[in-house]
Design a protein around this ligand. Structure first.
Ligand SMILES: [Zn+2]
Length: 485
């Protein structure tokens, strides 16, 4: 409990953030220029950890073995409100910010082209604002800031949930960039399992002694045939797709090793997990026919994202309180220019807060924060820091990410996020209502990890690519370090 009214606490937080707008912008821009791929976010994570430590947070590094992850806590007692987000970039989308033509910072290098750099600044600045303004007010409650590596490959949060980092959490909040200021609820993203099937046989001379071989490519193809036959009998909403990543080396050698990379997707973890079981059965059949064996390597496995309606309402009220940024003519003009270059409708920037609506439409894409959302009630703050219509993972979605559009929209997002935490700290009844809406929405489904119990994070993911580009990108790193007062 805070010895302060909610309006007072929120207005202190808002003025703190306004006074630190410069630090917000520098933090967001620094992570933009680091442009680090998933699992290689060393600089980004270290910068955030040091800022949180300076603000009095206890920082745990290396959670679940993630070298670029962290869990930072502040305060004591309950409730415990977690804020989690991602800060990874994508390959090949280096783009100079503030320029509406395709123009790379470092040719061929990775870059932010969705805005996870701004997500990170929103999370960290909201956390620091809460700690700085509420520390001397008999604060009861804890904030837990969770840095989540490699969202673009759906990696980290299932490990955190599996390993207990959300066991003591009452509600979780996820800030994410968009072109509008919005809070949705309902099932919005899909469950997915990304897995390699490796087939093991025995090599032989394909002309001289094929009868001595056990053909791992035959096994792979027979599994593929079996899966094609099975497709007719899948439950509605399930999809699966694959590529062959290893098919043997040359025709006169019977392949001893082959691999196919499969994706299984669907509206819920409880239908996707059995689909993976079925695929294993089919692979087993293929191996029986060919005398081969197989093993699987799960790259990623996530639950669908479920956003809680009660949390969404609280977020929406705070979004309405904060309001949209005041865009200048210059910012609106840049947005229209960029939309024209990207071949999209020239609508400029969004002017109004998005009204609260009924349940969202579930889309087939996934996010690794889904696991969190089935463990505890979760809300997402969509904040307006990018240009409407520009497609994510396209250079045009990177062109505004270190401009005043990102800074102003991100700062507004940090305010709405921190204000939502204040409401949960001050109103125990709100937490009760949230618990009951969560149990209604999950309807008896108990969370279980889709990843293996002993599975370890893929530490080498993206390392070679990042090591190749980092020395060139370093020349563009910002000199000024963000400092929160
Ligand atoms: Zn994202």
């Amino acid at each position: 409990m805070i010895n302060m009214s909610a309006p007072t606490a929120k207005s202190r937080i808002f003025s703190y953030l306004d006074n630190n707008a410069d630090a917000f912008a520098r933090l967001s821009d620094a992570i933009f220029y680091f442009g680090e791929l998933g699992m290689q976010e060393y600089r980004s994570a270290e910068l955030m950890c040091s800022l949180l430590e300076d603000a009095g947070f206890d920082v745990e590094r290396n959670p679940s073995g993630f070298e670029t992850g962290f869990v930072a806590t502040f305060g004591s007692g309950s409730p415990v409100v977690a804020i989690h987000t991602e800060y990874d970039a994508n390959p090949s989308n280096s783009q100079i910010s503030g320029v509406s033509d395709r123009s790379e910072i470092v040719p061929g290098a990775p870059g932010h082209c969705e805005g996870h750099n701004v997500n990170a600044a929103v999370m960290v600045s909201a956390a620091i604002a809460l700690a700085r303004t509420l520390a001397d007010s008999e604060l009861e409650g804890r904030i837990k800031i969770v840095g989540a590596p490699a969202e673009e490959q759906l990696i980290s949060r299932p490990y955190y949930v599996r390993d207990g980092y959300f066991d003591d959490v009452d509600i979780a909040l996820h800030p994410h960039i968009l072109d509008r200021f919005d809070a949705e609820h309902g099932l919005i993203q899909a469950s997915a399992i990304s897995v390699d099937f490796d087939f093991h046989g025995q090599a032989a001379h394909a002309a001289m002694a094929p009868w001595d071989g056990r053909d791992a490519l035959d096994a792979l193809m027979l599994m593929d045939n079996g899966m094609a036959q099975f497709r007719e009998h899948m439950e509605p909403g399930l999809t699966m797709h694959r590529v062959v990543t290893e098919g043997g080396e040359q025709p006169n050698v019977i392949p001893a090793k082959t691999s196919a990379w499969w994706y299984f997707r669907g509206p819920s973890a409880t239908v996707v997990a059995p689909l993976f079981d079925k695929a294993r059965k089919i692979a087993e059949g293929a191996c029986l026919m060919t005398g081969c064996s197989f093993s699987t390597r799960v790259r990623a496995a996530v639950w669908p994202v479920l956003l809680d309606e009660t949390v969404a309402k609280v977020i929406h009220d705070n979004i309405a309180l904060v309001g949209m940024p005041d865009w200048t003519d210059e910012e609106r003009g840049f947005a229209r220019e960029l939309q024209a270059k990207a071949g999209k409708a020239e609508t400029g920037l969004v002017s109004d807060v998005t009204p609260f609506k009924g349940p969202a439409q579930q889309i087939p894409a996934s996010n690794d924060c889904g696991d969190v959302s089935w463990k505890v009630p979760m809300g997402r703050v969509w904040f307006p820091a990018n240009v409407p219509g520009v497609p994510f993972h396209h250079w045009a979605a990177g062109a505004a990410l270190a401009t005043s559009i990102a800074h102003k929209g991100g700062l507004a997002g940090a305010k709405a996020l921190a204000a939502t935490v204040v409401d949960y700290f001050l109103d125990p009844e709100l937490l009760e209502r949230t618990r009951s809406s969560f149990s209604e929405a999950t309807n008896g489904v108990e969370y279980f990890p889709l990843i293996g119990l002993d599975q370890a994070p893929p530490k080498e993911l993206n390392r070679d690519l990042m090591d190749r580009f980092r020395p060139l990108m370093e020349q563009h790193y910002p000199i000024q370090i963000p400092r929160f007062k």
